[in-house]
Design a protein. Structure first.
Length: 222
């Protein structure tokens, strides 16, 4: 059973929302605009990281300063908005959310004002105690500070939290607030990279929920 005090924070992009193909296409639109190479989904999963400016710089072979990143981030999101209607939830997202008996919320690094109506479109709003996205004009940074603000707004102690996400940045954010992370291999990060982090890794969202609840001390730190 899920402990009554346990709270689950879901990641959105690459976790509940299956948007890897779209993200790779939009990322390649960024690289093409700069005369850079394209990446395959597998290459993206091996090389993607936050801050995203560092990822762009690695692929393009040159530094990406704040001004350049702001311009590239706009190219990415213009393409993303066009393609978003083609995306579906992960195949077992609804079952996974239903399998968690404690409270749950959603934290994304996508723009808050666009996240809210999108979550409503998928009929998920009522499942979450709180939904938070990025309240800034430019994205790409790490998740830790956003997670701390999200939990503070909920009045939830990080030590009673498990976060399910698809990136090493999700794991780092969880660790920063004393929470546990379960990492999902179906998103933006290669499975071997996730395993190397030492955190539990799941190949489906329902398995991720099982891993979050199966141990005798499910909220221990990884």
């Amino acid at each position: 059973m899920t402990p009554a005090s346990a709270h689950l924070v879901w990641d959105w992009n690459g976790t509940l929302l299956n948007d890897l193909s779209l993200v790779v296409a939009c990322t390649n639109a960024v690289f093409t605009s700069e005369g850079g190479p394209s990446v395959t989904p597998d290459e993206h999963r091996v090389r993607f990281r936050r801050p995203i400016a560092d990822y762009y710089a690695e692929i393009l072979g040159r530094a990406v300063d704040d001004d350049a990143f702001g311009r590239l981030d706009k190219i990415f999101h213009e393409a993303y908005r066009v393609g978003l209607t083609s995306c579906e939830l992960a195949h077992d997202a609804v079952d996974a959310m239903a399998a968690w008996s404690g409270s749950q919320s959603l934290l994304s690094m996508w723009f808050h004002d666009e996240l809210i109506p999108t979550v409503e479109t998928y009929g998920l709003t009522g499942r979450f105690a709180r939904v938070d996205g990025l309240r800034a004009q430019i994205g790409g940074d790490r998740k830790a500070e956003s997670l701390a603000r999200h939990l503070d707004a909920l009045g939830v102690d990080g030590r009673s939290v498990v976060l399910i996400g698809d990136s090493l940045d999700d794991a780092d954010a969880a660790r920063s607030v004393g929470a546990r992370a379960v990492l999902y291999s179906g998103g933006f990060t290669d499975r071997a990279r996730l395993l190397a982090s030492g955190h539990p890794v799941a190949d489906s969202l329902t398995e991720a929920v099982t891993l979050a609840t199966s141990s005798t001390d499910p909220l221990r730190r990884s």
